[in-house]
Design a protein around this ligand. Sequence first.
Ligand code: NDP
Ligand code: 8X3
Length: 264
Amino acid sequence: MFGVLSVKPLTGASSGIGKACAEQFAALGARLIITARRVDRLTDLAETLKATYKIEVLAIELDIQDYAMINKVIDELPDNWKNIDTLVNNAGLALSSDPFQKLELSAIDTVIDTNVKGLLYMTRALLPGMIERNSGHVINIGSTAGHSYYAGGNVYCATKHAVKAVTHCLRIDLAGTPIRVSEIAPGAVKTEFSEVRWQDKARADAFYDKFTPLLPDDIARSVVFCAIQPPHVNVVEIMVMATEQNAPTMITRIGDTAQGGLLR
Ligand code: NDP
Ligand code: 8X3
């Protein structure tokens, strides 16, 4: 399905949606660069993918908040790994869902530095090569939080609205090139996301209880769908929610009598 030189770097491949994307691309025979900060998890994943799918995988420690580190990683890629054709900007997080006036400054910085600046840094570093090779695709993982507003969403919503804006603006800036830019906007997906957000496993488990949430594979299928279209087709945006997430801000849980409950 992919050419032998097809190289797909994924950010945030140590967990959740990024890991599922790596598995689904691997099943199609892609050559993968998987990145995240927790390199031990990446190494394990790379070994499994190589053994299962007989593909080549590079596992690289990368903090996308650090532009110097991104450039170093790209500069040090072996020559036969430089032909990157699909960048999946997946790494991201929320920290707390407190009202904005209670947020720690460090949480504001980390969420913006990762979800917005990290995504911009990765894209800025890899786009020139794509333009030079006249081929490429940037797939950004946004969120329903980038298409709506909810209590405690504040900084996270702002970053995902930014992802949506960047996706649309990039496509305009890339006019005259064949490079595609897509956004996948998931609703609630059962991953480590809520545990990271609240640092409270019981609260995170309760959030995914009493309805059937999306699983990482449900989103990875959309990412792969974008990536395997013929070159003249750019899937601009896909929003995916659990059937029981009736709107970005509403999940109907078992026992709800009225029309669903609030998201958080
Ligand atoms: P997980 O917490 O399971 O995974 C997040 C991934 O991001 C991890 O692999 C983590 O790796 C990586 N990451 C976080 N910070 C950095 C960083 N500074 N540098 C590099 N990698 C980083 O959550 P999800 O899989 O759910 O989240 C993936 C994306 O999906 C995020 O952008 C999230 O906003 C988005 N999303 C999630 C939804 C959900 O309900 N789960 C819904 C909508 C969108 P490591 O810690 O090893 O660096
Ligand atoms: C995460 C979506 O709705 O869980 O991007 O905050 S939500």
